[in-house]
Design a protein around this ligand. Structure first.
Ligand SMILES: [Zn+2]
Length: 335
C-alpha cells in the first residue's frame, strides 16, 4: 500500500494520527468493543465515527483499505440507511439523551446482523447522556459482544463518567493548524485565497467549522450578526442592551434552545474579548476575528478585564441552570 493511497482516502482534515490508527485497526481486524472520540466541536469526530462504522460494515474482501466505498454496504452506509449502523444524539428540544433512547439503542445492537457484519452504534455528544442512560449503557459496555462496536463522541473526557472512559479505547482529537485548513479550503473546495484566509482564521483550528462558514452562507451571516450585536452591545446604553439581548435570544425561544443560544452568545463574546485583549497587547496577528478588525478597533478597551470576569460569571450561572436571559442580562448590567 502506497502512503499516497492512504492519504487520498482520508476523510479528516488534520488529526491524521486518528485516521492512521483507525485504518490500521480495520486492516488488522484489531477492533475494541467501545471507543470514545474526544475533543472540541467541529474537529471531525462525527466524520471519523462514520468512516470507522463504514469500514466495519464494508463487505470488500482482500482489500487493504476499508471502507472500499463501492460495495452495497458502503453505498447504503453513505446514504445513512445501513441497517447495522445506529446513531443517537440528544433531540434539540430535550435536556439529555434519555434512558428510553439508550434502551432502543441497546436493543437494536443486540439483534443479530442480517449480513453477519458488525453492528455499530454511535452516540453523538455522549456528554448529554442522562444519569440513568449512563447506567444502562455501562451494563452493555461491561459485557461486550462479539462484532458489536459502540462509538461515543464527546467534547471532553471529563464530561463522561470514569467508568465509561476506563472501558473504552480513547482517541483525542486536536485543533488543526490554520495552514492545513487554508490548504483544504483552496484545494478541495475551491475557495478563494481571501475566503480561505478569513475562514481558516475564524474557525480557530476547527476544519468542520471553516467548511460550514464557507458553504453555508446563512450560517456565516448569522455569525456575522452575532459579532455585530456584540459591538452594538458595548456601544449602547443600558436600555438598548436589554433589547439587544432579547434579539439575541429570539422572542419565542424557550427551554434548552434558549440555553443553547445564550451559551453560544457567551462563547462568541469570550472569543471576541480574547481578541480585544490580544489587540491591546499588539498581538493582532494572533486574533481569531481578523475579518472584523475594523469593528473591533473602534471599541474602547476600558473595562475589558471587568467584562472578561463577568462573562466567566455568566457562564457559571448558565451551568447552574440560571434562566438564560438573566445570565445574559447579568452581562448587560455589569459593565
Ligand atoms: Zn465497501
Amino acid at each position: 500500500m502506497k502512503s499516497g493511497d492512504l492519504k487520498s482516502n482520508c476523510p479528516l482534515v488534520g488529526n491524521s494520527h486518528i485516521f492512521e490508527f483507525l485504518t490500521k485497526s480495520l486492516a488488522k481486524k484489531n477492533i475494541s468493543g467501545s471507543y470514545i472520540f474526544a475533543g472540541p466541536a467541529n474537529l471531525g469526530k462525527a466524520t471519523a465515527a462514520n468512516f470507522f462504522a463504514r469500514g466495519l460494515v464494508c463487505e470488500a474482501k482482500n482489500q487493504l483499505i476499508l471502507p472500499c466505498g463501492k460495495c452495497p454496504a458502503c453505498l447504503e452506509a453513505a446514504k445513512n440507511i445501513h441497517g447495522d449502523i445506529y446513531l443517537i444524539k440528544k433531540e434539540p428540544d430535550k435536556k439529555n439523551i434519555s434512558i428510553e433512547q439508550i434502551r432502543d439503542f441497546i436493543r437494536n445492537l443486540n439483534m443479530s446482523s442480517f449480513l453477519n457484519s458488525y453492528k455499530v452504534g454511535i452516540i453523538k455528544g455522549a456528554e448529554n447522556l442522562s444519569e440513568s442512560a449512563v447506567n444502562a449503557l455501562l451494563k452493555t459496555l461491561e459485557e461486550p459482544k462479539i462484532k458489536v462496536v459502540i462509538i461515543l463522541t464527546a467534547i471532553d473526557l471529563d464530561s463522561l463518567p470514569k467508568t465509561i472512559v476506563s472501558r473504552s479505547q480513547v482517541l483525542n482529537f486536536r485543533a488543526v493548524a490554520g495552514d492545513i485548513i487554508y490548504d483544504e479550503l483552496i484545494k478541495n473546495h475551491k475557495a478563494s485565497r481571501s475566503q480561505a484566509k478569513n475562514f481558516s482564521r475564524l474557525s480557530a483550528g476547527r476544519p468542520a467549522l471553516a467548511l460550514k462558514f464557507f458553504q453555508d452562507e446563512e450560517y456565516y451571516k448569522n455569525y456575522k450578526s452575532g459579532v455585530e450585536s456584540f459591538v452594538g452591545l458595548l456601544n449602547s446604553d443600558i436600555n438598548d442592551r436589554f433589547s439587544a439581548i432579547e434579539n439575541i435570544l429570539g422572542k419565542d425561544v424557550k427551554g434548552q434552545e434558549a440555553v443553547k443560544a445564550a451559551s453560544g452568545a457567551i462563547d462568541l463574546w469570550q472569543n471576541l474579548t480574547r481578541d480585544l485583549m490580544l489587540m491591546g497587547l499588539n498581538l493582532t496577528d494572533l486574533i481569531q476575528h481578523e475579518a472584523f478588525i475594523k469593528e473591533l478597533e473602534a471599541l474602547s478597551l476600558a473595562g475589558l478585564l471587568n467584562l472578561i470576569n463577568i462573562l466567566k460569571q455568566s457562564r457559571k450561572y448558565l451551568a447552574a441552570n440560571v434562566n438564560p436571559k438573566l445570565a445574559l442580562e447579568n452581562v448587560a448590567v455589569s459593565f
